[in-house]
Design a protein around this ligand. Structure first.
Ligand code: GCU
Length: 609
């Protein structure tokens, strides 16, 4: 037991170095004050609200002047010149991207200001107040009552700021400057095959916290001992040292007390006797209570082990085949960013209808409803950061952005049984700088989370000597636990009627996941199966590809591209695409294409093997 406590203590030292942004863990199940709803907005293409006419930022200047939008200045009299008025401006719904809410914002990439006024009827000056965002794409500058709380970059991960010192009981206002312009040195970079939806795309919530509260914790089955819960708890506040933390799991009749160290942290080790392991076939979640004399937090945690042995993936010691599908975070029926529990239910129910036990959340962290619902439904998850295509591998600032997003998603989801794979990247071009960049991300992931597997979507290619033999020659394959790659034989190169003759030469003793294959089809367009864009062509590609992949000895999973059609600025072919990537198995009208049933049949036959 001592070894585990020491090991956990070492982990904490490392984690605090990376998790130093005081990001609340498990805000999801805390009672909060929602700021969702209508927010006034001002489109600010020329950043007038942020820079003066000499292009100097108002932000941070001792007297920013009325022109700084975040001051929300009102004219003092009829003579006064103030050239903006949030309260007279139109509104957007939060959460939600702006592109799908307003026709004139459909293609907008730039700065847009949001403002929300609020009172706190139960304001308590002895409490601490945090303002939490599920995600904002891409950069957010956050101000409350004219004071800057901070800036966050990254379009798909949560962040929060403490606002205790600037808050009042009445007449508060929060203002955000949101900028979704793409840039070469950002993550993702300029070039993606998805719509750059901008805005406050997920929930905004105020959390009222005790002076010393439970900021973070990890409680997972130990990777070396399935009869031990190990992890840590981290308190935040003046009384964080030498505080009693009681952890209980009522259903297991378990309760244990711990005393925090001087830094407010404590290593946790709780022996387990009898319990039901979480799995895709029995997604058992336990209510876990954490209690201190100032704070109570409840979570729902599934205890399970995931590991590889040779080319097998083992869930709780038993080999599992990952019958998957890729999903973008988009409500295809509405055409905007998915953000609600209803959106999550629609998408994951479609995956279940296909017969999936696995989902690849492409190409960036999805909202927390998806992960929490997957925990309940017994869907295993692949989570990914948007290190996508041509990232600036040699730029240390770009690396920091990737590592920040990685640490934020691991921080949020480290207690979710459904999450089994962290993906470092998608289809990145090989180079020494890229290998160094990705290897550093692997090392950080292994520090932050010892109980999940690491992969990345690599690429294959035909052998010079024989184009019917496909190979994956990528040095990064040595760094990952699972070898995954995207292959599009029959769509991007190769003849669809030759698929049956190809095979993969993979001499690596690791599990293999085919992280993408697919073809575009306009739902309702029917022709012979050699006609590209027809449902029959897409159906034939699935009929030919699935049995060919099944011949790969190490095959442990597939996630075809993709569950539903999705918006992309790269796909403009009229009449088939018209701004949509058509590789979905479900169209924007919710109709299943013929290939949907091909995949469904393949999975059901796998099931019965
Ligand atoms: C790539 C990429 C996807 C893209 C897909 C396509 O493999 O990973 O993001 O949408 O292929 O070309 O449709």
């Amino acid at each position: 037991m001592k070894r585990y406590i020491l090991l956990a203590a070492i982990i904490i030292v490392n984690l605090s170095a990376i998790f130093s942004n005081n990001l609340l863990h498990n805000n999801y199940l805390r009672k909060g004050i929602s700021l969702n709803g209508k927010w006034n907005y001002i489109v600010d293409m020329y950043e007038t609200g942020y820079y003066n006419y000499r292009w100097q930022p108002h932000d941070g200047s001792p007297n920013p002047g009325a022109g700084a939008f975040y001051t929300n200045t009102k004219p003092k009299n009829k003579m006064d010149l103030v050239e903006y008025d949030f309260d007279a401006s139109p509104t957007l719904l939060v959460p939600g991207d702006w592109n799908s809410q307003k026709e004139k914002l459909f293609y907008y990439e730039g700065t847009l200001w949001y403002k929300k006024s609020f009172d706190l009827p139960n304001y308590n000056a002895s409490k601490r107040y945090y303002l939490h965002f599920g995600a904002v794409n891409y950069r957010a500058d956050v101000y409350v009552n004219g004071k800057k709380l901070g800036t966050h970059k990254g379009g798909f991960t949560p962040f929060n700021f403490e606002m205790t010192d600037v808050l009042k009981a009445k007449d508060n206002f929060v203002i955000l400057r949101v900028d979704n312009k793409r840039a070469a040195d950002e993550v993702p970079t300029l070039n993606t095959d998805w719509w750059n939806y901008g805005g406050i795309t997920r929930n905004v919530t105020i959390y009222e916290l005790s002076p010393t509260f439970i900021e973070d914790y990890s409680l997972q089955l130990d990777e070396n001992n399935s009869k031990l819960i190990s992890g840590y708890v981290q308190l935040n506040g003046n009384n964080k040292a030498n505080s009693k933390v009681t952890i209980s799991i009522p259903e297991l009749n378990l309760q244990k007390e711990f005393i925090t160290k001087s830094d407010g942290s404590i290593a946790i080790a709780i022996p387990l006797k009898k319990y039901t392991a979480w799995s895709d076939t029995d997604p058992k979640l336990y209510t876990v209570n954490l209690h201190t004399n100032e704070d109570n937090v409840t979570d729902k945690i599934g205890f399970r082990q995931i590991e590889t042995r040779g080319s097998d993936i083992l869930l709780n010691g038993k080999t599992v085949f990952l019958k998957g599908i890729c999903i973008h975070e988009e409500n295809v029926m509405r055409g905007g960013r998915a953000h609600s529990m209803e959106d999550a239910r629609m998408l994951l129910n479609w995956a279940k209808e296909l017969g999936c036990n696995f989902v690849r959340l492409a190409h960036y962290p999805h909202n927390e409803h998806m992960v929490r619902l997957a925990d309940e439904m017994g869907l295993l998850l692949w989570e990914e950061i948007p290190v996508y295509w041509t990232i600036q591998w040699g730029n240390p600032e770009t690396y920091k952005k990737a590592e920040q997003q990685l640490s934020e998603v691991i921080h949020r989801d480290k207690n979710r049984a459904s999450v089994i794979i962290w993906s470092m990247a998608n289809e990145t071009p090989m180079s020494d700088e890229r290998l160094a960049f990705l290897s550093k991300l692997v090392n950080t992931t292994r520090k932050l989370d010892k109980v999940r597997l690491i992969s990345a979507a690599l690429e294959d290619h035909g052998k010079e000597s024989d184009n019917n033999i496909m190979v994956v020659e990528d040095p990064f394959a040595d760094m990952v636990d699972i070898l995954s790659f995207n292959q599009y034989y029959g769509w991007y190169g190769g003849d669809i009627d030759n698929i049956k003759n190809i095979r993969w030469e993979i001499d690596i003793d690791k599990p293999v996941i085919i992280s993408e294959f697919g073809a575009g089809a306009l739902q309702g367009y029917h022709a012979d199966n050699m006609t590209r864009w027809s449902e029959e062509f897409q159906e034939l590609l699935y009929e030919e590809t699935l049995p060919t992949l099944a011949k790969i000895p190490q095959l442990s999973g597939i996630t075809p591209w993709i569950l539903a059609d999705f918006r992309s600025p790269r796909r403009m072919l009229i009449p088939y695409q018209d701004g949509w990537n058509r590789k979905g198995l479900i169209s924007e009208t919710g109709n299943r294409k013929k290939a949907f049933f091909t995949l469904q049949k393949f999975y059901s036959e796998l099931e019965n093997k």
